[in-house]
Every structure is written in C-alpha cells, then in structure tokens.
Design a protein around this ligand. Structure first.
Ligand code: GLP
Length: 263
C-alpha cells in the first residue's frame, strides 16, 4: 500500500486528480480499449472532481474514451432527487466533462428487481474488462462504498442496509432529519473493488482519523471494511494531516519518509 500524506484537503485533492489524470493519459484509451474508472460520491472526492474538471476544460485530459462505474446508490430515492447519487455525479462531475452519457453507469436503486440489477452491474463491469482504477472515500465507520461494518470482505454488488452511524452521518444531506435518509443502498462489494487493477482512496479531516487508523494501521477486519485494501497489490490512500491524528508515530513517519525518498 502507498500512503500519501498531504498538508490539507486542497493539496490531497490535487495529488489525487493528477494521479488519476496521468493514469488515463498513460493508458491512451480508445473506443476499442477504453479506460474504466470507478467513481465515489461524498464530500471527500469533490476536490478531486473539481481538479479533473479543470484539467478537462483546459484540454489536458479527455473522458471521451472513459467508462465509469459508480460505487453505490440509495434504494428507492427518486433518481432526480437532489441527494441521489445520480444527481450528485451529474451535478458535480459528469455535466462538466466530455464523457459520453452511454459510458456512465450508476446502479438503479429503483429497479423492479434489485438483485437482478446488482448482478447485471457485475456483468457490465466484467464486459468492460474490469475496473482499471477505482476511486473511493472512507466513511467515518471505515466503510468503503456502502460496505458497512460486518460486510463480507469478498462481497459482490448487492443490497446493503445502512448502519445507524451512516444514517446519522448522511443525514446532513437530508435536512438533518434521520427519517428522510434512505435505509438501504445498492453497492459494489469489497470483492468488486478488490478486483480493480488499482484503488485510490481519498481521506480528509479529523473526523476520519479513526477510520484511517483502522484502514491502514490496524488489522484486516470486516468491522472496518476499507482495511481489506491492505490485501490489494496496488492500493493508494491519499490523506491530509488532520486525518492522520490517530496513526502511530512510526506509521506516520514511515509513509512520509518513503514518499520523500528518505528510505
Ligand atoms: C457515503 C458513500 C461513501 C463515502 C462516504 C463518506 O456513505 N457511500 O462512498 O465514502 O459516504 O462520505 P464523505 O466523503 O462525505 O465523508
């Protein structure tokens, strides 16, 4: 695992965006061999998306030959609801880049058969040749996508019931009214994310310190599902100083020294 420690949210967002842009540029995608990008929602990736939008507007990067698969979507929230992950993605990213509408994939939480929808999503990812780079955030309870504590670490795309922690955390998008937060979501599994060739997580702020500690500095556990990334051959966590507050001093120094070339 690579851990990149940046001073603050702006610099971690820039680092992550540059990394993703370079990966796409290096892959030199074509319609026959597109680049497959996994996309998260949440506040954490907003800066990363803003930087990618700027690079695209400046002509430094194109998404013409990029196919995306989003991580998750609420169940039974109308697609055009302002807090649906469909709305989030189009408002904060897709509407501002040159991606083709047909190349965007987001789980349909209103599908008549939710299990079939999840199975079909896995098939679509496989047909696209697998995900080249899965971007992600970390929930305060350590979850990845909506793989809540207790999720199988080999899970595939499926329906998950949200934990009380997550319902509280996400209520900030629903007028702080817990009753308005959907109680279930469709989500790619930990196994789905683990199959990606690369995974890049962004993590920012003191309220993520406990989750980051368990993700990179604790044991692999289904209680902290992002910790499974310790088993991934190409995982990168890009974090800021504030989110490092609970790492051991040794871990913190090791990753800083490694990236500075002091080791
Ligand atoms: C939601 C999403 C996750 C995201 C998490 C953290 O639960 N399903 O993919 O990582 O929120 O969000 P934020 O970045 O806003 O803290």
């Amino acid at each position: 695992m690579r851990v990149i420690i940046e001073p603050d949210y702006d610099s971690l967002s820039k680092w992550a965006a540059n990394y993703v842009a370079n990966r796409i540029i290096e892959a030199n995608p074509t319609p026959e061999k597109p680049f497959v990008l996994g996309c998260p929602t949440g506040s954490s990736p907003l800066g990363l998306y803003r930087n990618l939008i700027e690079m695209c507007s400046a002509g430094k990067i194109s998404f013409q030959n990029v196919i995306t698969f989003n991580m998750d979507e609420y169940v039974k929230l109308p697609e055009d609801h302002p807090e649906s992950y469909h709305s989030f993605m189009w408002n904060n990213f897709f509407n501002h880049i040159d991606i083709k509408r047909e190349n965007v994939h987001i789980l349909n939480g209103n599908a008549p058969d939710l299990i079939a929808e999840c199975n079909h999503y896995e098939e679509l990812i496989a047909e696209a040749g697998g995900v080249d780079l899965f971007m992600g955030g970390i929930g305060p309870d350590g979850h990845l996508a909506f793989n809540e504590p207790g999720s199988s670490l080999s899970s595939r795309t499926r329906i998950k019931t949200l934990t009380t922690d997550t319902i509280h955390a996400n209520s900030r998008f629903f007028d702080n009214d817990l009753s308005l937060v959907p109680k279930q979501a469709l989500t790619v599994g930990i196994g789905t994310v683990m199959d990606a060739k690369e995974v890049l997580l962004v993590c920012s702020g003191h309220n993520k310190a406990r989750a980051l500690k368990h993700c990179i500095d604790g044991d692999i556990s289904h209680k902290w599902t992002s910790s499974m990334l310790q088993m991934h051959p190409h995982a990168i966590v890009v974090c800021d100083e504030a989110s490092c507050d609970e790492l051991t001093v040794g871990t913190y120094k090791y990753y800083l020294d490694k990236e500075r070339g002091n080791l």
